[in-house]
Design a protein around this ligand. Structure first.
Ligand code: TXA
Ligand code: MG
Length: 324
């Protein structure tokens, strides 16, 4: 595996690798993606092997711009174009009825397809050079924390990927919002980089949030994005409940006299989200007994962060005996 700074030469090399049916990891504004030519079923199958992901979990197809939508979606409703106009390039994935030319490997044989134009200059350069759709899940092993830096991808996938384009740290830090436009009203399948209020402003109504409808959406599995260290959500760490070998993830400064590992994240939802996965990874690497994550506010601006924290701590809630 090689990690290359995303120079024009490196992007050209990555484009050629995609054309040959190989996997390329690349930066997006949300998290790093593990890409393959979305029209090449054999290439797409390599993604599932590299991630250890069940083959029926659908992938998002990344496009250079909205003009490519008709190549992938059978019907493109007007609202999709309005959302694309407003949020692309950016952290929004639209679920539309698939075109019959989309390989089953990409859609998990469902009749819908997820599409997005990412808002990262390197991703866009790669997609424009490739001039087609690139299927890409987050570049982590199945169920683990998504990578927001090239080094995280290398840690996760090692020799399972031959080329990683390094485009620096992902700015958003959480995955895209996934909006299903195949029904009468839009539904939010995964809260993410676009605030629900911003979606509502275009839709004219607040989309229903359905994140656990038993769908084949990896992010919908309760224990996803999970650190290996047993993690619990707590209102506030005050000391007495803290076990000797545990770390705290908080939005507060380390209290005076606190001697353990204390990682302070920024107070705003955007800045917190941007750093969250790297922080979980850093604390996980310490191999401590436990991780206490202090709760974040209940308002909508924190919806995507709360969703990821709930999932990061789900394994500990469901099977404490197994993760202890
Ligand atoms: O921000 C992102 O979306 C990142 C970057 C790399 O673009 N990608 C990402 O991909 O998070 P992944 O595969 O880790 O998560 C995509 C989610 C999965 O939970 C998948 O099941 C869901 O999108 N998905 C894809 N196609 C779908 C479809 N047709 N219907 C419902 N869910 C779909
Ligand atoms: Mg993922």
């Amino acid at each position: 595996m090689k990690v290359l700074d995303a120079t024009p030469a490196a992007v050209a090399e990555a484009t050629e690798a995609l054309r040959r049916g190989e996997l390329v990891a690349f930066p997006t504004e949300t998290v790093y993606g593990l890409g393959a030519d979305a029209r090449n079923p054999e290439a797409v199958r390599k993604i599932f092997t590299a991630k250890g992901r069940p083959a029926d979990h659908p992938l998002i197809v990344h496009l250079p711009d909205a003009a490519y939508l008709p190549d992938w979606a059978e019907a493109v409703p007007a609202v999709a174009l309005e959302l694309a106009e407003r949020f692309w390039p950016g952290p929004l994935t639209l679920i539309l009825r698939r075109s019959s030319r989309v390989p089953d490997e990409v859609t998990g044989a469902q009749d819908t397809v997820g599409l997005r134009v990412p808002g990262h200059p390197v991703a866009l350069e790669l997609l424009r050079a490739f001039a087609g759709g690139v299927a890409a899940p987050s570049a982590n092993r199945f169920g683990r924390i998504s990578p927001t830096r090239a080094a995280h991808v290398a840690e996760e996938l090692g020799e399972r990927v031959s080329l990683i384009l390094d485009g620096g740290e992902s700015e958003v830090g959480l995955e895209s919002s996934i909006l299903d436009l195949t029904g009468a009203r839009a539904r939010l399948l995964r809260p993410g980089g676009v605030a629900p209020a911003a979606l509502a402003a275009v839709l004219g109504y607040a989309p229903e949030v359905v994140t656990r409808a038993g769908m084949r959406v990896s992010g919908a599995l309760a224990s996803h994005y999970a650190p290996r260290t047993p993690a619990v959500l707590v209102e506030r760490v005050d000391g007495p409940e803290l076990r000797a070998s545990a770390a705290v993830l908080s939005r507060r400064a380390r209290p005076a006299g606190f001697g353990g590992v204390w990682l302070e994240l920024p107070p705003t939802p955007e800045a917190y989200a941007q750093r969250l996965y790297a922080a979980l990874r850093e604390l996980d690497a310490l191999g401590l007994e436990g991780l206490y994550i202090e709760a974040v506010p209940e308002d909508e601006a924190w919806l995507a962060v709360r969703d990821r924290l709930r999932r990061a701590t789900a394994a500990s809630r469901q099977r404490p005996e197994e993760v202890a």
